[in-house]
Design a protein around this ligand. Sequence first.
Ligand SMILES: [Zn+2]
Length: 216
Amino acid sequence: MAVLHLVRRLVAAGAKIAASRPDLDYVAESEIKQMILDTMTIDYNRIGEVYSRLEPALAAARSTISAGTRKQLKSESQRERPWCYLCSVELDYETQGIPASFTLDHVWPQAFGGNSDPENLLPACGACNSRKGHAASWSLYPVQALVHGYRLSGDDLERLPKEARFAVLARSAAAEAKATDASLKDAFVTLGRPGLPTVLDESVSVDVFNLVANFS
Ligand SMILES: [Zn+2]
């Protein structure tokens, strides 16, 4: 987790520097290298190596979803998966700015170097997309909220915060991706439409690791 936070800091700081320049030119490169030096405890000789790994992430963080990609994924969603991949709600393709509005979510967040290519985008409702923001699904859930002694009933499961459901789904998708050597997006697609999670072991307190995702 510490590494992810560091990556996010580097990408965010680097993207800010890069945004002030039209291209990743020499001046931006020097500023970003200085930022790397300030942010990480690192041997001066390794800055070039870190920079070359960071550069694609910076480009990805600045990328926007093209009109063509949006159109393609919108019609795919309407045809095959007209629901939010995070909370399962039916998507509204006509109205913008409401909780159920069709949006495209970066499966691997841009803040961690996720790009805006179709392979990294899935249909999500406006409410989930804005809630998820730039955070990685698995880092969102405040585990403290569901620790020791908390007992969930069926009703409580329906009231689980979105973050908890994201975290449980993300764990399943990551396991599926690893088992089948697929991308995170493909894993979500294979798993299908998410339902409410269930409690794995009722005899112990419920936290995010004692919940299992269900799909239909
Ligand atoms: Zn949703």
